[in-house]
Write a protein that binds this ligand. Structure first.
Ligand code: AMP
Length: 214
């Protein structure tokens, strides 16, 4: 199973990718995680891409394509989260797949209105101790529990950067729905529903068994 997961920031791509990966065994490949790992490692590449990440801008296509490509042939079955983000990247993905003689099975688009996304992202906090994600209103970081934090906001979750990321999504990434729609492999899912419901919808749309509500 080879799947790309499309959707604006805050639609829950990372969460859903992780859950679908657990249920299907497909490898979860997140280009955002690759970018953050490179920045954290302080490599030369990391220094080069940090500014783009912090401002909510896209890392240049040739850099992100080179970063993602090795993972595509590493396993048979994967779920790409955050790639492709524009038509040039979608074409590069098609070429890379052609080189290894594989097809894309599905493009899954998660959909939610901008205001909901801004609300979700601006309240998001991540524990530096455990990596767990919280929300200041809906799932506040624990006080005095096992997870002691600190609970930090991602640089690109500041409101200005969120708005910029949504603008880029609408201008460059959303048109990929047509790109994959024309290939007949697009499915769209309402991402405002609960986390287990969205997972169930995605699996059903892809013709996978969607068991239980956890
Ligand atoms: P994400 O966690 O998917 O929101 O990605 C975080 C940041 O990593 C983005 O705002 C970009 O700066 C960079 N990034 C991740 N994936 C891509 C991509 N496919 N193309 C360009 N930049 C990307």
């Amino acid at each position: 199973m080879r799947v790309v997961l499309l959707g604006p920031q805050g639609a829950g791509k990372g969460t859903q990718a992780q859950r679908i990966s657990e249920k299907t065994g497909a490898e979860h490949i997140s280009t955002g995680d690759l970018v953050r790992a490179e920045i954290k490692a302080g490599s030369e590449l990391g220094r080069k891409i940090k500014d783009y990440n912090d401002r909510g801008e896209l890392v240049p296509d040739e850099i992100i394509i080179e970063m993602a490509k090795p993972y595509l042939s590493e396993t048979e079955s994967w779920l790409l989260d955050g790639f492709p983000r524009n038509e040039a990247q979608a074409r590069a993905l098609d070429e890379a797949l052609q080189e290894i003689g594989r097809d894309l099975d599905w493009a899954v688009a998660l959909e939610a209105p901008d205001e909901e996304l801004v609300m979700r992202l601006s309240g998001r906090r991540q524990s530096q101790a455990t990596g767990k994600i919280y929300h200041v209103e809906h799932d506040p970081p624990p006080e005095g529990g096992d997870d002691k934090g600190p609970f930090i906001q991602r640089e690109d979750d500041a409101e200005g950067a969120i708005r910029r990321r949504l603008e880029i999504y609408h201008e460059h990434t959303e048109p990929l729905k047509d790109y994959y729609g024309e290939k007949g492999i697009l499915v769209t899912v309402d991402a405002t529903r609960g986390i287990p419901e969205v997972t169930g919808d995605v699996l059903r749309e892809m013709g996978q068994p969607a068991e239980g509500g956890t």
